[in-house]
Design a protein around this ligand. Structure first.
Ligand code: 13P
Length: 253
């Protein structure tokens, strides 16, 4: 069975005190489980301190984005080497908010996926359609194209280690969740794309999360679906009790 992965994307929320107290409260309560991996992706400023605080616990720490080169004259950016240097293990790449507000494209996402593997970071590669694209019946085609471009030049051995997050843009922060069936259908199409790009073995190994208004009261149904191996969660990851419920749901058989 694929190990589920529940990741909290805090986006641009929390003071440093709030971030630390969340992690202090949660880190000892995250189950050490073969079924689930739990990750928090805080604002970049807090990564170093939270990575220290969670050392030796089952709670992983991830970045929300990064640049694709080791160093250089890129004002304001954070490099993969810097993340690895402070013991960050994961990085969200190509989140729809990065694509929408910060000019990320399928090409920049692809070069960042390459950089993540070069530095042994586990990438959480985000794909998803807008409402207009869904209504026009383009979802599967569009998401398959995003996956194909994101993984261009990535080896099978690397792809097996990646996580793909399917986040329909119309479901993010809106309270509108895709039905579990719809989410599963698209995650299944993503798995089929990975199978075509690589092999059935890679498709069986790669983990696919759903994201978009995931909450404690809808996660069980989502996780019961064949192709959904976890969740990338915004709002419901901000409170310790809610985040822990999501992780506990992931730990169930
Ligand atoms: P919400 O869970 O707040 O809808 O956010 C989803 C998301 O964008 C996670 O990356």
């Amino acid at each position: 069975m694929r190990k589920r992965i529940i990741a909290g994307n805090w986006k641009m929320y929390k003071t440093v005190e709030e971030a630390k107290s969340f992690v202090e409260e949660v880190k000892g309560l995250v189950p050490v489980s073969d079924n689930v991996e739990a990750v928090i992706c805080p604002p970049a400023l807090y990564l170093s301190e939270l990575a220290q605080l969670t050392k030796g616990s089952a709670l992983g720490i991830g970045a929300q984005t990064m640049h694709d080169v080791k160093e250089g004259a890129f004002t304001g950016e954070v490099s993969p080497a810097m993340l690895v240097g402070i013991d960050v293990g994961y990085v969200i790449l190509g989140h729809s908010e990065r694509r929408q507000y910060f000019n990320e494209t399928d090409e920049t996402v692809n070069s960042k996926v390459h950089a993540a593997f070069e530095y042994n970071l586990t990438p959480l590669v985000c794909v998803g359609e807008t409402l207009e694209e869904r209504e026009a019946g383009q979802t599967v085609e569009l998401v398959a194209a995003q996956v194909t471009k994101a993984f261009a030049g990535i080896s099978a051995a690397q792809a097996e280690q990646a996580v793909i997050a399917y986040e329909p843009i119309w479901a993010i922060g809106t309270g509108k969740t895709a039905t579990a069936q719809d989410a599963n259908e698209v995650c299944g199409a993503i798995r089929a794309t990975v199978s075509e790009l690589y092999s059935e073995t890679v498709a069986e190994a790669i983990r696919i999360q759903y994201g978009g208004s995931v909450k404690p009261d809808n996660i069980e149904e989502l996780l019961s679906m064949e192709h959904i191996d976890g969740a990338l969660v915004g709002g419901a990851s901000l409170e310790p009790a809610s985040f822990l419920k999501l992780v506990e749901a992931g730990a169930h058989e």
